[in-house]
Design a protein around this ligand. Structure first.
Ligand SMILES: [Zn+2]
Length: 346
């Protein structure tokens, strides 16, 4: 009797042990998950709000977000709301907005007002030391000949990615201050970038690196370009290293004078910071059929690529943050400041 009971107890005991072993095997964290600090959130942006904002910004209701137009105001409102919901702080003494005058291009036009949104995530020693300046323009071409230019890739994609990256760094504080700036009036001459670069309330003398996002959401071939390493060779190694494990094909180029029109050095807002002597990395895709065309719609974005591009930028910014003093040392003497009329529209 006793022996039979003993066998039964043994069987139950063995079964329990087996269950325990299988359970531990199934639920023990995988190698990568056990590395300190490496979780899903550590290497990914929250894609939902980013995609939603890109869709809102490129909806017909915003009428192409032309500078000085009501749809442009609305776009800025949506971006600001996303910044606030994400816990990003306004940087300027007066709050979020930096206003600037848009001079008329023709005698019959009147001057207008452009408005940048300047947010930031403080680092270990707030308002001291080198800074990363992340930018994306939110304006686009508006309505032309009765057609709405929604600019989903150019540049609802970059503006929405800007907010997603800012949210990421609110949750995982960087070592150095990061400015996140949504720039206005890029399409009519990089005017928002010029206003930012020459505003005494923005510490341009501390900016080690400009990371500019413009057209980051549409690539059928999954290729994201990083331009700027030609001008700052020290950044080439950083990009090469990230490219090894990047979830998109991360290429370098489009930044040499001999490339002519395919040299993108002065073709978006980073051009202004480059002229100020600041190292830059511009991220974008090669021109596609929707480029400056009414067909640049949200439905044409390649969403999988877009989200992967955002995760790639997380890695780039983390790497830059880790070696920012070295990047700061690569600053050059600024070129003479250009006047607003010398704009370089896309
Ligand atoms: Zn653009």
């Amino acid at each position: 009797m006793h022996r039979i009971h003993w066998k039964k107890d043994m069987a139950i005991g063995l079964f329990a042990m087996l269950a325990l072993v299988v359970g531990v095997w199934l639920f023990w964290p995988k190698e990568a998950e056990r590395l300190p600090g490496v979780t899903y959130e550590a290497i990914h942006v929250d894609p939902g709000p980013m995609l939603h904002l890109a869709e809102v910004l490129s909806s017909d209701a915003l009428e192409g977000r032309g500078a000085t137009m009501p749809g442009n105001d609305a776009a800025r409102g949506f971006i600001r709301k996303r910044f606030e919901d994400a816990g990003v702080e306004p940087f300027l003494p007066g709050g979020w907005e930096q206003s600037f005058t848009i001079l008329p291009k023709k005698p019959e036009e009147t001057a207008g007002t452009g408005v940048n949104l300047v947010g930031w995530v403080p680092g270990d020693t707030p308002r001291q030391g080198p800074v990363i300046l992340v930018t994306a323009h939110f304006d686009h071409l508006g309505i032309r000949d009765g057609e709405i230019y929604n600019g989903a890739d150019d540049n609802a994609s970059g503006a929405a990615m800007l907010t997603a990256l800012a949210e990421y760094f609110v949750k995982r504080r960087p070592k150095h201050d990061i400015l996140f700036v949504a720039l206005d009036a890029e399409e009519i001459g990089l005017l928002g970038a010029r206003a930012l670069a020459f505003d005494p309330e923005v510490p341009m003398d501390r900016v080690a690196l400009n990371i500019n996002l413009d057209m980051v959401g549409r690539s059928e071939v999954g290729e994201l370009y990083a331009a700027g390493t030609y001008h700052t060779p020290a950044l080439s190694e950083l990009v090469t290293e990230i490219a090894k494990s990047s979830p998109v094909t991360l290429l370098q180029g489009h930044d040499r004078p001999e490339e002519g029109p395919n040299d993108w050095t002065l073709q978006s807002d980073h051009g202004v910071f480059h002229q100020a002597g600041i190292p830059f990395l511009y991220f974008g895709v090669e021109d596609h059929p929707g480029y400056h065309h009414p067909s640049d719609d949200f439905e044409a974005l390649t969403l999988d690529f877009y989200v992967r591009a955002a995760d790639t930028l997380v890695s780039i910014i983390n790497a830059a943050d880790a070696s920012l003093p070295e990047i700061f040392a690569a600053r050059r003497a600024p070129a003479p400041p250009p006047s607003q009329t010398e704009g370089t529209p896309e």
